[in-house]
Design a protein around this ligand. Structure first.
Ligand code: MF3
Ligand code: CO
Length: 248
């Protein structure tokens, strides 16, 4: 069952989302060659707590950090560590914040310094695939119209769409119905309607779409070792155009 949110609830989710966006700005300002992903994790955790928000991921199914930091061939759920970032790395930073009981969830892929054309194209096309998807995040479309638009765009760019992880409804819980694949035929699934709040999150690979989980039980990597990128916002369906909640 998809839980529809009232305007009052969406007002709170806007605040949660804004804190996630401010956390991403904090990462953007601090990410550079030599910093560790653990340091970025600590910066975000301290910021969220200073704003009376809770880092949603910490403790979720035993996950021990406030952010996910997935470097290069890591797709999602990369664990912050004492590894220093290097010039040319791409790093997907995923952040969740719970504020007054509601969750905001957003991921962006950052480039450390300068990188090669292949990674630049991947990062930009992954972001664009999200924006292609949300063109359909309104009436009278159906959920899989979003999925199909993301896939069509990503594949038109010579990239592949991860199948094993999907977007999701979001509200009082980080993961609510519906699941939102980033691939599939158009015209399927529920019709989009006002009050739905969706975390739409394409995970896109340079090589083949297959992924596997490392022995730490969390880090998802591409099986071919080629780079992957991630882009996610929490999006409210309205009477008109979709509203991004995880923005400044
Ligand atoms: N944004 C991710 C998701 O939507 C992050 C969850 S990571 C976890 O599933 F650590 F919290 F599990
Ligand atoms: Co998510």
């Amino acid at each position: 069952m998809i839980i529809l949110k009232t305007r009052r609830e969406i007002e709170i989710m806007r605040k949660a989302g804004r804190l996630v966006a401010r956390s991403h700005e904090l990462v953007r300002k601090n990410i550079k060659a030599g910093i560790t992903t653990k340091e970025l994790d600590q910066l975000v955790e301290d910021f969220l707590r200073s704003q009376n928000a809770i880092p949603t991921f910490k403790g979720y199914n035993g996950y021990p950090y406030s952010i996910c930091a997935s470097i290069n061939e890591e797709v999602v759920h990369g664990m912050p560590s004492s590894r220093k970032l290097k010039e040319g790395d791409i790093v997907s930073i995923d952040i969740g914040a719970t504020f007054e009981g509601y969750v905001g969830d957003s991921a962006k892929t950052f480039i450390v310094g300068e990188t090669d054309e292949e990674k630049k194209h991947l990062v930009e096309a992954t972001r664009q695939s999200f924006y292609e998807g949300i063109k359909f995040a309104k009436k009278p479309y159906r959920l899989s119209d979003i999925s199909n638009a993301i896939q069509s765009y990503a594949e038109s760019q010579g990239l592949s769409v991860v199948r094993d992880y999907v977007g999701h409804g979001v509200g009082k819980k980080m993961h609510e119905a519906p699941q939102i694949p980033n691939f599939g035929k158009p015209g399927r699934g529920p019709r989009l309607q006002e009050g739905m709040v969706l975390a739409i999150e394409p995970m896109i690979n340079v090589g083949i779409y297959n992924v596997k989980v490392l022995d730490n039980g969390w880090t998802v990597v591409t099986v071919d070792g080629k780079p992957s990128a991630h882009y996610e916002h929490t999006v409210a369906i309205t009477d008109g155009e979709p509203e991004l909640l995880t923005v400044l």
